[in-house]
Ligand binder design. Sequence first.
Ligand code: SF4
Ligand code: SF4
Length: 362
Amino acid sequence: MVHIASLLYGKTEVAEVEKKCLNAYKKHGVGEVIWLLTGDCNLRCSHCYVGAPRSEELTTAEAMRVVKELVDLDIPVVFLSGGEPLMRKDVFKITKAFNEHGVLTVLSCNGTLLNRDVVAKLKKCGTWFVAIPIYGSQQLHDAITGVCGSYELAAKAIKTCIDEGLNVCVKTLVFSRSYAYIPDLLRRYAEVGVKAFYLCDLIEVGRAHLLKGNRITSEQWKLLIERLVELVKEYGVEVDIGGLPSAAPYIIKRFNVSNKLISPSCPAGRGLLAISPSGKVLPCNFLLDVELGDVKSAKLVDVIESSDALKKLRSPQMFKGPCGRCEFNELCGGCRAKAYVLGDLEGYDPSCLILDENSFSP
Ligand code: SF4
Ligand code: SF4
């Protein structure tokens, strides 16, 4: 995760939350959690990575035990995702419980179920941000989600949330087919009051392995980053880049950033943990096969203390190839999910923006 405004200015609302996450990580071994509440969804997105039989999902009682654990660990922010999190009827109860204990929640949904009643309920429960996807033009969006009319519903949901006073983050997938649309799309939504954007680089896990070969090039990413920095400066929005941790050292070098309070830009296991629909603890939501433990049978703190995979992820200087030798490996470390896709959790990140292609020797 690379929060551009926090990186450039160091004093934004998100930077404050990031600081709290870093402190929680230092204290308890976890700073923020992405909780995939369900594998169930009403869309069929081409890049989706989640899927789990409904029968194995955490019950409400089990979910509430997890809420209590996360509260006890002083986690500042939890992302409630899926699947489509609104397919779980207890999502409001979970959100409310977090809010009552001062934990910020971001509902990361697909936007199609956000009618005015649902938005009002989310607001009442204390939701901090609602993240809604827009993948480009209407045609491209519906082609990606596999459901005609999903763009219109998502666009309408953004407006409803803004009208009702809920913070909105527009999230999008950056790949060859969406690249051309992105600068205009962000500008258009910044103008109507969207406060944050999340742009995720293509990671070929789950169904996204079928999109192999569709990542944009490093040069295209660098051009896009120029546009993103302009957007941050012009509109005062936050822009988060996911799946491309080398964007942090790249921005630091390119814009002479002196901000010292920076958390790892690949936070997999180094701040971030994810929980799967069935309760498996993962270092990152894209590392679905790297199971560290299970919240159904163990406490999160015990999982953190006993996991060998976590120890490996927390020793970036031991990574193989360029990431292990890199001067930025504490800050960046390379996307562990992309390294894993290539066959080695401790391998190198093939999408690095800092190295030229000739440097990628294993
Ligand atoms: S593994 Fe990749 S997607 Fe996961 S947190 Fe790290 S950079 Fe992000
Ligand atoms: S070599 Fe690895 S650790 Fe260094 S900047 Fe590139 S991706 Fe990050």
